[in-house]
Design a protein around this ligand. Structure first.
Ligand code: XMP
Length: 320
């Protein structure tokens, strides 16, 4: 559309002006925002850009491979793939406080970008897919809202020692505008239509308990079944975001002649236009029943499934 086309040209001109002949590192998460950021900046400055995909170990099933393939093979944008999962998991081991987890993960991202910048002989800029709602809902070092709801990992500025400036070309945009911009840049619909996924990933979907490899695996399996069923039912595009949350409680069940004592999980699905407010999604009960059955039968470690009927406000979309 005309407006987004003009916005794109304007954004490209601004990026060129800001960056000059400097070098830019862009952190990719696999989500729409960081991908649109990368493709936009690549269009503006070509190989002055280095994209870095940091696998923090909190990705969903198959996600890391998808991102790497998409960028290298589809967009032909060179991509550095850093597997930092043991570092990230080690750093939040035993931690249950949501803000501490978010801040630790945010700090580690920056450290990885710093290391990668060194490898290419230094970078002048760090590019991030920060959106307008991230800015509003997060606190920033330069003064933001008086109450922090959540520290989004990519908001808050860079440590002073870093000598890098931020490039955030989506900072004024809402999600639906980012999707339009993505289409304008030629990204496939299947990609721009992807549900949002938070930077800290599954680490903020295992609330109130220490995060372990085992729990991450259980959650990945439940989440994959849930999304597969939503896609099969043709509901993926009607929903803003859907995901499973692994609860810190085990409950008693019965399987065959035996007693089980396993984790409960919660399913969340919401509709929204910008992520700032949201309504819980009203699935047909039969579909919820089928999803619950599949998760309980197919995922070792879960024997109970609940559905989250909370809207935002008063809830938030993610549980942490
Ligand atoms: P909440 O949970 O605050 O989430 O209602 C609003 C939207 O933002 C996503 N979200 C994040 N995205 N980094 C991101 O890139 C983050 O740290 C982060 N935290 C939440 C969330 O998934 C929802 O779409």
């Amino acid at each position: 559309d005309w407006t987004m086309n003009a916005y794109k040209d304007d954004a490209i001109a601004k990026i060129r002006k800001q960056v000059g002949d400097g070098k830019v590192i862009c952190g990719l998460s696999g989500g729409v925002d960081s991908s649109v950021t990368a493709v936009l900046i690549h269009e503006a400055i070509g190989d002055q850009l280095t994209c870095v995909f940091v696998d923090h170990g909190f990705m969903r099933s198959g996600e890391a491979d998808q991102v790497v393939t998409l960028f290298r093979e589809h967009y032909h944008i060179p991509l550095v793939h850093v597997d930092a999962s043991e570092t990230f998991i080690g750093a939040i081991e035993g931690e249950i406080d949501p803000e501490t987890k978010r801040k630790t993960i945010g700090r580690l991202f920056i450290e990885v970008f710093e290391q990668e910048a060194k490898k290419i002989g230094g970078a002048d800029f760090l590019a991030q897919g920060t959106l307008y709602p991230d800015v509003i809902e997060s606190v920033s070092f330069t003064g933001g809202p008086s109450v922090t709801i959540k520290s989004h990992h990519n908001v808050g500025g860079l440590p002073e020692r870093m000598n890098m400036q931020l490039v955030e070309p989506l900072r004024e945009l809402f999600k639906d505008e980012v999707r339009d911009l993505g289409r304008e840049l030629g990204l496939p619909d299947s990609f721009v239509g992807r549900h949002p996924f938070p930077g800290p990933g599954l680490a903020i979907r295992i609330p109130g308990q220490p995060i372990t490899h085992e729990k991450l695996d259980i959650l990945r399996k439940a989440d994959a079944i849930y999304l597969e069923e939503i896609r099969n039912a043709g509901l993926y595009d009607a929903i803003w975001q859907a995901f499973a949350v692994l609860l810190p409680v085990r409950t008693v069940g019965v399987m065959g002649d035996g007693r089980t004592y396993d984790y409960a999980c919660a399913l969340r699905a919401v509709t929204s236009t910008d992520g700032m407010t949201a309504d819980f999604y009203a699935f047909p009960p039969e579909l919820l029943g089928r999803i619950a059955n599949r998760i309980i039968n197919e995922v070792n470690g879960i024997n109970r499934v609940t559905y989250d009927f909370t809207s935002k406000p008063p809830g938030t979309i993610e549980w942490e």
